[in-house]
Design a protein around this ligand. Structure first.
Ligand SMILES: [Zn+2]
Length: 196
């Protein structure tokens, strides 16, 4: 676990630097190029993740997950974003209701165990009823290593975070992915807003 903590510290540095170097001209875009029009089938094969690759056949695990999206037409093109987010919310709620996690720490452990990604709660601010959180996910099963197509794609994971937190906090929670591998970053970052 200490190896993981050191890795998270390293990821925080990388992500902070990428955020610092943003140009801020309206559309968020990370430093990783070149920009592609869309994700192609072959982009889904042979993924590589730094921490999770220590586990046997992580590449097969991740590509199988991604290939599974072909059961919903155009999901990678973004037209199924809403459906994907709602599906994630239902799953996130169920994870808490079924007792698989009961706070952000155990949710992070669950995500690690299922190799969905490395959850990192960077900040949490608010006055009790309104809460905003900066949540990052490293080595996300959805997008880690995918090309930059100019927009984020982790609607399912945003939904999982929103659904799980809405059960944990007991209120309405929205999670919006602002930064992702697919808009040029080396991580996923979610702006989370909660009304409790
Ligand atoms: Zn992402």
């Amino acid at each position: 676990m200490s190896g993981l903590r050191a890795l998270i510290r390293e990821y925080r540095k990388i992500t902070d630097n990428e955020i610092k170097s943003e140009t801020g001209n309206g559309t968020l875009m990370g430093p990783r190029g070149p920009l592609k029009e869309s994700i192609e089938f072959r982009d889904l094969l042979n993924p590589s993740r730094r921490y999770f690759s220590a586990f046997k056949e992580d590449d097969k695990y991740v590509s199988s997950f991604r290939l599974g999206h072909f059961n919903i037409p155009d999901i990678i093109a973004g037209s199924a974003a809403g459906v994907s987010y709602i599906g994630g919310m239902n799953l996130g709620r169920a994870l808490i209701k079924e007792g698989l996690a009961d706070d952000t720490r155990s949710l992070g452990e669950l995500m690690l165990e299922h190799k969905l990604g490395i959850l990192d709660v960077i900040s949490e601010e608010g006055n009790g009823r309104h809460l905003t959180m900066d949540i990052r996910v490293y080595e996300c099963i959805e997008c880690s290593g995918l090309p930059n197509i100019g927009r984020p794609i982790c609607f399912f994971e945003a939904g999982i975070i929103a659904g799980a937190l809405s059960e944990i906090l007991g209120g309405r929670v929205d999670a919006y992915e602002r930064r992702c591998w697919t808009n040029g970053y080396s991580f996923c970052q979610f702006d989370v807003r909660a009304r409790i």
